[in-house]
Design a protein around this ligand. Structure first.
Ligand code: CP
Ligand code: NVA
Length: 306
């Protein structure tokens, strides 16, 4: 099989995604039943972090071990990556010593340059533009709770950031709708989001209108990693873009609430919502593990029966 990377959500087709969700479900069931499943024994994942992480590191490292393989953690601070070694050279070397690589970095261009020089599959563990593993877990979580996402409406409230862009790509691949509401000046940039068109999303200046009749309401921090210098200005600009109980009330009665985490209660989400009974944030976080195990298996072994 030719090397397959997962650099943005649309790198996987609907058919491949259906397969990965099916595998994730099977892998999760085996794991919960303490059934050993080691298809990746002798395989090594290298994880490169240029930004902080709890969930992404933990889910990839634990996931790789649970599949019988091993994971190595590198960060900018104590590798040559932080001292100006060209990303192309790093890719040549790292991909000769490993079977698969996951990278969390700044511009999408960095991961694309790495992938172009890699002998092994590369997974995007978050860039300024995208967070495809997160949306993979989010959609898997939605399917577990509510069934197929096709035709459903997702309300995105807040910043048109990496997670928002990924939801917009996912809507095109899996044929659902996203209602986006951002403060003025923070609207979706279709080219940056890597969209084919605007048929699967609609922008609303009023967040209540975006949330109306949604099947899922989701949000994220007002200030993403790498944009900390804008924090104070963003706190002012985003003050009216908090998901609270009033907003959840205009969504469908059985609407779910998701947040990729880490969350700031009292900023983008009210504690009553994230800690309330429509919230599935802990399932969402756990599912990073199961869905990424299915992704690792698919990128390394292709389709297998099981
Ligand atoms: N949601 C997410 O990617 O979390 P971390 O930043 O902790 O990896
Ligand atoms: N948008 C956030 C997601 C963190 C998981 C960030 O990029 O910091």
């Amino acid at each position: 099989m030719a090397i397959k990377h997962f650099l943005q959500f649309k790198d996987l087709s609907r058919d491949e995604l259906d397969y990965i969700f099916k595998r994730a479900s099977w892998i999760k069931t085996q794991f919960k039943a303490y059934q050993r499943y080691w298809p990746l024994s002798d395989r090594t994942l290298v994880m490169i972090f240029e930004k902080a992480s709890t969930r992404t590191r933990l889910s990839f490292e634990a996931g790789m071990q649970q599949l019988g393989g091993s994971a190595i953690y590198l960060n900018t601070r104590d590798s040559q990556l932080g001292r100006g070694e060209p990303v192309e050279d790093a890719a040549q070397v790292i991909s000769r010593m490993s079977d698969i690589v996951m990278i969390r970095t700044f511009e999408q261009e960095i991961i694309e340059r790495f992938a172009a020089n890699s002998r092994v599959p590369v997974i995007n563990g978050l860039t300024n533009e995208y967070h495809p593993c997160q949306t993979l877990a989010d959609i898997f979580t939605f399917i577990e709770h509510r069934g197929p996402i096709q035709g459903k409406t997702v309300a995105w409230i807040g910043d048109s950031n990496n997670v928002c862009n990924t939801w917009l790509q996912a809507a095109e691949v899996l044929d659902f709708n996203v209602h986006v509401s951002t403060p003025p000046g923070y609207e979706v940039e279709p080219e940056r989001a890597g969209l084919y068109g605007n048929a699967h999303y609609e922008e609303f200046s009023d967040p209540m209108k975006a949330a109306k009749s949604a099947d899922l309401v989701t949000t994220d921090v007002w200030t993403s990693m790498g944009f900390e210098s804008e924090n104070e200005e963003r706190k002012r600009d985003f003050a009216d873009w908090q998901v609270d109980e009033e907003m959840m009330r205009v969504a469908k009665k059985n609407a779910l609430f998701m947040h990729c985490l880490p969350a700031h209660r009292g900023e983008e989400v009210d504690a009553l919502v994230i800690d309330g009974n429509q919230s599935v944030v802990w399932d969402e976080a756990e599912n990073r593990l199961h869905v990424q195990k299915a992704l690792l298996e698919y990128l390394l072994l292709g389709r297998i029966d099981g």
